[in-house]
Design a protein around this ligand. Structure first.
Ligand code: ZN
Length: 704
C-alpha cells in the first residue's frame, strides 16, 4: 500500500498531506513535498530545542477581526503575523511547530546513537550508523557521482528495447528508482482479506500531469526551469552541454507523452475506477511491447498469474510511448531518473541543482534545511519502526493512550448519534452505517509488533548504498505480502509522525504517538480545548469512513454498495453542494480550490467538527451544573471553535500554495477552518453571528 503514496494515489486518507514513505524515491518526495521540505545543505546550523507548542493560544487571536466575517483570521491572525515562514520551510503552521519539535527530539536520539560505542543496542547501532552515513557530507563530496556509476553503467549497457523490462525490474526492485510505472501489493478492493498484486501508473517527475500539459505562462516557465534542471543533471554525470540539452528535451517529451496517458488525480480518488483485476495476459494485451515476463521474473514474481491493473488506459498509452520512442530517448529518460533520485544525497553540486529546482523554483523555499533535519527525516523514513521503539518509551506515556481511548469512545458515541439524526438518510441505510461504525478498528500510538529490520544491512560509509538497500528491503517487504493473510496490526506511519489516517480497506483509524501532544492534546486543558483539537482529528478520520470514497466500502473493508439507491442519490446531492462550495474558495490569487479533489477531506473536516462538538456537549451534560462556565472570557463552545481553528494557523509561500492546489487533497488551513464553521450553525450561534454573515450563510452544506 505505502509504496503507492509516492505516486499520485493515496489508498489511505491522511489528516495532512503525506509525503512518500518510499524514502528511496527521493526525487518523488522532493517533487511532491508540501510541508516536509526535502532539502540539504552544507551549513552546520546548530540544532536548538524548539519551544513546545501551546494549546489554545490567546496571543494568537486577532480581536480586531470580526469572527463572523473571517473566523480563521480572528483565531489565527496574530499568530500568522508573528510566525513568518522560516527560510528553510515552504509552509509553516501549528503542525510544523510540533513536527519540528518531534524531529529535534528524534535528532538527539540519533545523534547519540551515531557515536560508535560498545554500549549501543543492535537497533541503536543500525539507525545510528544510518544517520552517521547521512551526516557525512565530506565523504559525499569526495565521492561525487561515483555511488551511482554502477547503476548508470547498467543503463548504458541497454542494447535494445527488448531488454528494457529486465532493466526496469532491477531499478525498481534493487535501486529504488521509479521508472514508467509502479508495481506492488494491495488488499483486493472486493475481498479485503486477500493481498494481491497491483500495477499503477507512474514515471513522472513533476508533481502532477497538469505540469506537463497546461499551457499558461506559469506552467510554461516551470517546464523551462525543469528542462534546465534535467540538463544540469546530465552535465553533472559527465555529458557535454550540447548533449545534455538535447537529452533534457527528449526527457521532457517522453514524460509529457506519459503525462498525456496518465489518469487525472481526481479520477484516481474513485475506487471503482482503479479496480481492474485481470489475468496477466490482460496486462500483456494492454502493453504488448513491454517484456512483462522478464519484468516479473526480474522482481522475483514469475509465478504471478493475475493482478489489479489500476490504470489500464495508462498502460495502453505507455505502450504507445515505448513503441514510438527511440532507444536513446528511453535511455536518457532512465539515466535521468537514476540520477535525479539520488541527487539530494550526492555531492553538493547535485544537491544544489535538486534544491534549486524542486524546492526553490517550484515551492519558493529560500534556503536548504540544515543537514541534521534532513538526515533525521530520512532515518525516520528508512528505519521508523526501529527509531520509534526507543522514541515512544520516552515520549508516549501509557496515560496518553488511556486518554485517547476515552476520547475515541466519546467520538464513537457522537458519530452514532449523528447518524441517527441525519435528516436525509433512510432507516435501512442508517442501520448499515451503524454496522460499519461498530466494525471500525482503532490503532493508537505505535504498533503492537515492530518490523524486523535484521535483513537490512547498513554501512556507516555508504549513504547511497544504504538508500538502495533500504529501497530493496521495502520493495521485497511489500511484494512478500501477495497471497498472504492481511496483517491488521501493520502501520502506515511511523510513531513520531504528526499526522493521522483512515484506511478504507482496513476500516481502521490510526493515530501515531507524535500527534498526541499540544496543540492537539493537552491533559491539563478543559474538554472544550481537547475536543476542538484532537477530538476533531478523531472525528475527521472517522468521517473518512463515510466520505465519497470511504462510503463505497463496507465495514469489512470491501468495495460494496450498502446504501439504498435513493440514499446514494441524496448523498451525491449533498456532496455536490460541498464540491460547488469549495470550488469557489481561493487559495492564493487566481488559484481556486478543486472541489472534487478535496471533497473527501472537506467532508471529513465538516463531519469531524460536527461530531466532536456533539461529543463535547455530551461530556458537558454529564459533568452537570457548572460545566458551562467561561474560561479566559470564552464559553466552552467558543473555546471549542477557537481551539479547532488554531490547529490550522498556517503561513505558506505563494508557490507552494499553488503546488498544493494541484496536488493536495486537503484544503488550505484558511478553508479547512472557514469552510467547516460556515457549514455548521452551532458556530454562528456560539459567536452571535447573524444569518447572512460570511460565517453563517443561508445555504450551508451538510453531508454528515
Ligand atoms: Zn483526512
Amino acid at each position: 500500500m505505502q509504496r503507492f503514496l509516492s505516486t499520485s494515489h493515496l489508498f489511505a486518507s491522511a489528516l495532512v498531506f503525506c509525503t512518500a514513505s518510499a524514502f528511496a524515491q527521493t526525487h518523488a518526495v522532493a517533487a511532491t513535498a508540501s510541508n516536509a521540505a526535502i532539502a540539504a545543505d552544507t551549513a552546520s546550523t546548530a540544532p536548538t530545542e524548539p519551544k513546545a507548542p501551546r494549546s489554545f493560544d490567546l496571543t494568537a487571536i486577532d480581536k480586531t477581526v470580526d469572527p463572523c466575517k473571517n473566523f480563521y483570521e480572528y483565531a489565527c491572525g496574530n499568530w500568522r503575523k508573528s510566525n513568518p515562514i522560516p527560510s528553510d520551510q515552504v509552509r509553516w503552521g501549528r503542525f510544523n511547530e510540533l513536527a519540528e519539535r518531534n524531529r529535534y527530539l528524534l535528532f538527539t536520539e540519533l545523534d547519540k546513537a551515531s557515536q560508535p560505542s560498545g554500549s549501543r543496542t543492535p537497533l541503536q547501532q543500525k539507525y545510528g550508523d544510518f544517520f552517521a552515513a547521512c551526516m557525512n557530507t565530506t565523504l559525499a563530496d569526495e565521492k561525487g557521482d561515483q555511488p551511482i556509476l554502477p547503476v548508470l553503467e547498467q543503463v548504458d549497457g541497454l542494447k535494445d528495447k527488448a531488454a528494457l523490462a529486465a532493466l526496469v525490474a532491477t531499478l525498481q526492485s534493487k535501486d529504488g528508482v521509479s521508472a514508467f510505472f509502479n508495481v506492488g501489493s494491495e488488499q483486493d478492493a472486493k475481498d479485503s482479506t486477500k493481498q494481491i498484486a497491483a500495477a499503477f501508473q507512474g514515471g513522472l517527475t513533476l508533481p502532477d500531469r497538469d505540469y506537463y500539459l497546461e499551457t499558461d505562462e506559469r506552467m510554461t516557465k516551470i517546464r523551462e526551469q525543469y528542462t534546465a534542471y534535467v540538463a544540469s543533471i546530465f552535465k553533472l554525470i559527465g555529458d557535454t552541454d550540447e548533449k545534455a540539452a538535447a537529452e533534457a528535451k527528449s526527457v521532457l517529451e517522453l514524460e509529457t507523452a506519459l503525462a498525456k496517458g496518465s489518469v487525472p488525480r481526481v479520477e484516481l480518488r474513485d475506487p471503482q475506477k482503479i479496480y481492474h483485476p485481470m489475468a496477466m495476459t490482460g496486462l500483456v494485451e494492454l502493453a504488448p511491447d513491454f517484456g512483462w515476463k522478464s519484468y516479473f521474473a526480474g522482481i522475483g514474481e514469475s509465478g504471478l498469474t493475475s493482478l489489479n491493473v489500476a490504470t489500464p488506459d495508462y498502460f495502453k498509452a505507455m505502450n504507445g510511448v515505448l513503441a514510438s520512442s527511440g532507444l536513446e530517448a528511453i535511455k536518457s529518460y532512465v539515466r535521468f531518473h537514476v540520477a535525479t533520485t539520488a541527487a539530494p544525497w550526492l555531492s553538493q553540486p547535485f544537491f544544489d541543482a535538486s534544491f534549486n529546482f524542486f524546492n526553490k523554483q517550484l515551492q519558493g523555499q529560500d534556503s536548504p534545511q540544515p543537514r541534521w533535519k534532513r538526515c533525521t527525516a530520512l532515518t525516520d523514513r528508512a528505519l521508523g519502526e526501529a527509531v520509534g521503539q526507543d522514541w515512544v518509551k520516552q515520549y508516549f506515556p501509557p496515560s496518553s493512550k488511556d486518554s485517547m481511548e476515552k476520547l475515541v469512545d466519546a467520538l464513537d458515541k457522537a458519530l452514532g448519534q449523528d447518524i441517527q439524526s441525519l435528516p436525509w438518510m433512510s432507516d435501512a441505510t442508517k442501520k448499515q452505517a451503524e454496522l460499519k461504525l461498530s466494525e471500525f478498528r482503532r490503532k493508537i500510538g505505535y504498533p503492537e509488533k515492530w518490523r524486523d529490520y535484521s535483513s537490512l544491512a547498513v554501512d556507516r560509509d555508504d549513504l547511497i548504498g544504504n538508500l538502495r538497500r533500504s529501497a530493496a528491503y521495502e520493495f521485497a517487504y511489500d511484494l512478500n505480502k501477495i497471497g498472504k493473510p492481511v496483517d491488521e496490526k501493520e502501520w502506515g506511519m511511523t510513531p513520531p509522525t504528526v499526522n493521522a489516517y483512515y484506511d478504507p480497506a482496513m476500516n481502521d483509524i490510526n493515530f501515531p504517538a507524535g500527534i498526541l501532544q499540544p496543540p492537539f492534546f493537552d491533559a491539563a486543558k478543559d474538554p472544550a480545548v481537547n475536543f476542538g483539537a484532537i477530538g476533531v482529528v478523531i472525528g475527521h478520520e472517522m468521517t473518512h469512513g463515510f466520505d465519497d470514497e470511504g462510503s463505497q466500502y463496507d465495514g469489512k473493508g470491501n468495495l460494496r454498495e450498502w446504501y439504498t439507491p435513493e440514499d446514494r442519490k441524496q448523498f451525491v446531492a449533498k456532496t455536490d453542494c460541498e464540491v460547488n462550495e469549495y470550488n469557489n474558495f481561493e487559495s492564493v490569487p487566481g488559484a481556486k480550490l478543486n472541489g472534487k479533489l478535496t471533497l473527501g477531506e472537506n467532508t471529513a473536516d465538516n463531519g469531524g467538527l460536527r461530531i466532536a462538538y456533539q461529543a463535547l456537549m455530551n461530556t458537558l451534560a454529564a459533568e452537570g451544573p457548572g460545566a458551562e462556565k467561561s474560561i479566559d472570557g470564552y464559553t466552552p463552545s467558543q473555546r471549542y471553535f477557537i481551539s479547532f481553528a488554531q490547529v490550522w494557523c498556517t503561513n505558506q509561500t505563494d508557490k507552494s500554495a499553488r503546488v498544493s492546489v494541484k496536488t493536495d487533497p486537503h484544503s488550505p488551513g484558511e478553508w479547512r477552518t472557514n469552510g467547516s464553521v460556515q457549514n455548521f450553525e452551532e458556530f454562528g450561534k456560539a459567536f452571535g453571528c447573524k444569518k447572512g454573515d460570511p460565517m453563517m450563510p443561508e445555504n450551508a452544506c451538510r453531508v454528515w
